[in-house]
Design a protein around this ligand. Structure first.
Ligand code: 9MG
Length: 272
């Protein structure tokens, strides 16, 4: 990927930190609302849509495998039938990885980097690209007291070890993308160091996915509520793209495409 692409987030969870239950009617997912969101994101320039049925915000209630599948698979099938886009499925659940790939997913996004039992095998069989994300701890406890000797070095080492596990499982390196996992077991300082030093992660040689959209880092630094975090999210998206991110994962596709396009215009102006 020569220029960063934008991945739009579609949370099909009733309890996401960032967009709550906006796709729900009572306790039921409204698939037509989700399709409207998907169409808008593609029309606004998203190259990838990331569909997730498990909320990973600290303190979120766990979801059963059946519930996660019921939330995600019908939407994946509808998007695959209707829209020209890459569908990413945000899951750590092996059976969903297999089913999602069968239903048309072209990317698996695992915040647990294929560490669940059976996940490496399922991802290998799914035969699609995989995003391996770093997380310290589990969503329930990850923000209690995150600690690193050297956050950038530790995240690089972890991701390298997950790449090695994938390769041992027969997953070719060129199927992998990496993500430092902003906000997943990280203090504000850890997040900022990772962003500043993103080129060290990019030097591993695989495409980097970065998601800072509306994250609590912004709330902690600026005192902004979730609904007021767009300007800072755009600034962070541009800073990440400038430091080598290949995929920017965001709730706000149209604004992020414009913001990243400004950076590209600057970098490409010698050719104008
Ligand atoms: C699902 N999800 C929530 N936050 C994320 C992040 O920062 N990166 C990736 N890859 N997925 C995320």
């Amino acid at each position: 990927m020569s220029r960063p692409v934008v991945m739009g987030i579609i949370n099909v969870t009733p309890d996401s930190f960032s967009d709550g239950a906006t796709l729900y009617r009572g306790s039921n997912l409204d698939i037509e609302r989700a399709m409207t969101r998907a169409r808008e994101m593609v029309a606004s320039g998203a190259a990838i849509l990331d569909i997730g049925g498990e909320s990973t915000r600290p303190g979120a209630s766990p979801v059963s495998v059946n519930e996660e599948m019921d939330r995600v698979l019908p939407l994946v099938a509808r998007i695959a039938a209707e829209l020209e886009t890459v569908i990413s499925v945000d899951t750590s659940t092996p059976v969903l990885m297999r089913e999602a790939a069968n239903a048309g997913a072209g990317l698996l996004n695992d915040v647990r980097a294929l560490t669940r039992e059976g996940a490496l095998e399922a991802a290998a069989a799914a035969n699609v690209p995989i995003c391996l994300m770093h997380m310290q701890g589990e969503p329930g406890n990850m923000q209690v007291a995150p600690h690193y000797d050297d956050v950038v070095e530790d995240v690089c080492e972890y991701l390298q070890s997950r790449i090695a596990s994938c390769e041992r499982q027969g997953i070719a390196r060129n199927r992998l993308l990496l993500d430092p996992g902003f906000g997943f077991g990280k203090s504000v300082t850890h997040n900022l160091k990772l962003l500043r030093e993103l080129p060290r992660l990019a030097a591993i040689g695989l495409p980097l996915v970065v998601s800072l959209s509306r994250k609590s880092l912004i709330g902690k630094l600026l005192g902004r509520e979730v609904g007021q975090r767009l300007p800072a999210s755009l600034a962070l998206a541009v800073l990440a793209a400038q430091r080598g991110a290949a995929v920017i994962r965001t709730h706000d596709v149209a604004a992020t495409v414009d913001a990243v396009s400004m950076l590209m215009a600057l970098e490409e102006c010698v050719d104008l």
